[in-house]
Design a protein around this ligand. Structure first.
Ligand code: DSN
Length: 413
């Protein structure tokens, strides 16, 4: 029976969400719109199959075609990033990071990672996480000018002798010098790990430095700039293959989600196409265009601007908090997220900043010209954060713009 005939409540919610995605400007930098080919694989019958184990070494019968699908994803991932080994089973970024720690670091040993408010991630050892109870996390920060403080990393590495040095961030907008990190790690005998979740698509397209040939282990999600299904992946040197595979299964996970893995295979094929290279170039060009608008309009950009797909902006000098700006932009049909800024003086639920990015609106085909208009609307909505009439007027203009860049035009649940 068709979904729409069987479950009205679910169908209606899906259709309302579809309209929200179609009519709004999706500017959360970790979100994107997958292709219809990826959606098809994701919604496929591969979801029906248990396949604990790895291709040709399964604990279940009937895995022949599932092996084909998973091997396609593995081979394509290796090719895309120049990796010696790929594990495509992690359910998302957090489980991928956890598996990497389990594989490489004994409980109680030290991991050196970036402070959350300076652009790091919860799973990089924030005290609220369970992993912070298992491993000893030491945190480095950015310089007062906002760039990664390599001298601080070096000093902390010499002092704490970490087993693992971790880079790769979820709110940091600048390039990373992986060679420098590797030489610090070599000096103190540490392993190296990069979490490239945000920038994997830019790296795959050759638009940002690639840590995969240099580092021991690289983790990522597959659904951000890489534009695949919601999921995770670990790339590593051959010497870590066994430890990584064992940590993912049976260490932490059970049956892999093979429909998601099939969709990863499709997304990796797409990311190897010349069109994807152009897409990644445009993501960066669009972020730069927004950077200019916000500079012209007197905003305080963290890290001095952007080299990638995202911008972190302190909105408090404009007389609003991050939460107020996020809520106002929501009313204007522009989705961003409130975000802490380096050494955040406010609370995480109502921080000083907003984080926004260009991957999803670039997928819709928008370019620098549209960025100028969007940057202006963001500024106007922030200035008018208490004026619902003005915010509604912007929302109508946003609707007009998004109608010119159709999203899933044939889709209806
Ligand atoms: N939740 C992701 C983000 O928005 O950056 C990171 O896990």
């Amino acid at each position: 029976m068709l979904l729409s005939e069987y479950d009205k409540a679910t169908t209606e919610a899906l259709n309302r969400e579809l309209v929200r995605q179609q009519e709004g400007l999706e500017m959360i930098p970790s979100e994107n719109f997958v292709s219809e080919a990826v959606l098809t694989a994701l919604g496929s019958i591969a979801t029906n199959k248990y396949a604990e184990g790895y291709p040709s070494k399964r604990y279940y019968g009937g895995c022949h075609e599932i092996d084909v699908l998973e091997q396609l994803a593995i081979d394509r991932a290796k090719e895309l990033f120049g990796a010696e080994h790929a594990n495509v089973q992690p359910l998302s970024g957090a489980p991928a990071n956890l598996a990497a720690y389990v594989a490489l670091v004994e409980p109680g040993e030290t991991i050196l990672g970036m402070d959350l408010s300076h652009g790091g991630h919860l799973t990089h050892g924030h005290p609220v996480t369970h992993i912070a109870k298992v491993w000893n996390f030491v945190r480095y920060k950015t310089t007062p000018e906002g760039l990664i403080d390599y001298d601080d990393i070096e000093a902390k590495a010499r002092e704490h002798k970490p087993k693992l040095i971790l880079v790769g961030y979820s709110a940091y907008s600048r390039e990373i010098d992986y060679e420098r990190i590797k030489s610090i790690a070599d000096e103190v005998g540490a392993l190296t790990m990069a979490d490239i979740a945000h920038i994997a698509g830019l790296i795959a397209a050759g638009e940002m430095n690639n840590p995969v040939p240099i580092f021991d282990v690289v983790t990522t999600t597959t659904h951000k700039t890489l534009r695949g299904p919601r999921g995770g992946m670990i790339l590593c040197k051959k010497k870590h293959r066994k430890a990584i595979n064992k940590a993912v299964f049976p260490g932490l996970q059970g049956g892999p989600h093979e429909n998601v893995i099939a969709a990863k295979a499709v997304a990796f094929k797409e990311a190897a196409e010349p069109e994807f290279k152009e897409y990644a170039r445009q993501i960066k060009a669009n972020a730069k265009a927004l950077e200019s608008v916000f500079n012209e309009r007197g905003y305080k950009l963290m890290f001095g601007g952007t080299d990638n797909h995202l911008l972190l902006i302190d909105v408090t000098p404009k007389g609003v908090t991050g939460a107020q700006a996020e809520a106002a932009l929501d009313k204007a049909g522009i989705t961003v997220n409130k975000n802490s800024i380096p050494d955040e003086p406010r609370s995480p639920m109502d921080p000083s900043g907003i984080r926004l990015g260009t991957p999803a609106i670039t997928t819709r085909g928008m370019k620098e010209e549209e960025m100028k208009q969007i940057g202006a609307w963001i500024d106007e909505a922030i200035q008018a954060w208490e004026d619902d009439e003005k915010l509604e007027a912007i929302r109508q203009e946003v609707k007009g713009l998004t109608a010119r860049f159709p999203l899933y035009p044939e889709l209806k649940y």
